[in-house]
Ligand binder design. Sequence first.
Ligand code: ATP
Length: 300
Amino acid sequence: MSTTTTDAGEKMSAAGVPQKDLLLHADNLVAGYIPGVNILEGCSLEVAQGELVGIIGPNGAGKSTLLKALFGLVKIHSGTVTLQGKDITGMKANQLVANGVGFVPQNNNVFPSLTVEENMRMGTYLKPKIFTERWSFIGDLFPVLHDRRSQRAGAMSGGERQMVAMARALMMNPSVLLLDEPSAGLSPVRQDETFLRTRMINKAGVSVIMVEQNARRCLQVCDRGYVLDQGKDAYTGTGRELQADPKVISLYLGTLAEDVDEAAQSAEVEAAEAERIEAAVEAEAEAQALAEEADKKEES
Ligand SMILES: Nc1ncnc2c1ncn2[C@@H]1O[C@H](COP(=O)(O)OP(=O)(O)OP(=O)(O)O)[C@@H](O)[C@H]1O
């Protein structure tokens, strides 16, 4: 891994993440579904502790393949993946879950005939003893899932099912959660809610890697983004930097912005939107804290 050292003597990784904060590091991955056909062609990714990292890029760039490779579902031919310094390259999905990696696939991510609570139990099948504590954590984060614990997941709306799927992956207390296109197929309002929930999960201390088709929204909520192109990490930067980068705009964000001024203007609008989402997350957290306080007062 290439590193630089700051004037203060701190070691920084290639993407500018302080070495001591590095949680997950995929280094130069070459991977694919069929022998001899590589989809990832030397792709690298770094995630710091507590970061929400978004992955965008054109269709077929290999975004979902990268997540699947991180979760042991696609064979890694060369390169390494480390989590908190531990080599997890080539581990199987169940071993990765036990090591703190959670994954929410794009489709078929809940058991539709099971209730919400039963779905959560499935989430802890590797460690049933932690069910009660984790289910309580989920209730704090998404109280509606406790209210609707007896409802069958298949009877819920797309956005709600996405929430169930995320919660199920959180049941094993992952240090990093991989989300494959969580907003796919949802209406704009439900998409907003899903991004908000992703931010709430992140605020609760879980690092997140999110692949998204909805590039603009993704860059608004993430701390840092990667643009993938032809199986490689083409660009990285903060969400704001990427939204304002003329190259990224013309190639991947699909606006008609012809010059940097126009790009900067649209970045300002995007920044305001990001602040709105951030404020909504804060308000939600505050409301929950107040509700908890009121509950405690009532109990005592
Ligand atoms: N199960 C599979 N078997 C063989 N090839 C696959 C499989 N899944 C994906 N591919 C191929 O891998 C390439 C990258 O696909 P991937 O789904 O990772 O791209 P993506 O960037 O997520 O695209 P999109 O935004 O369209 O979902 C594509 O050429 C695709 O056809």
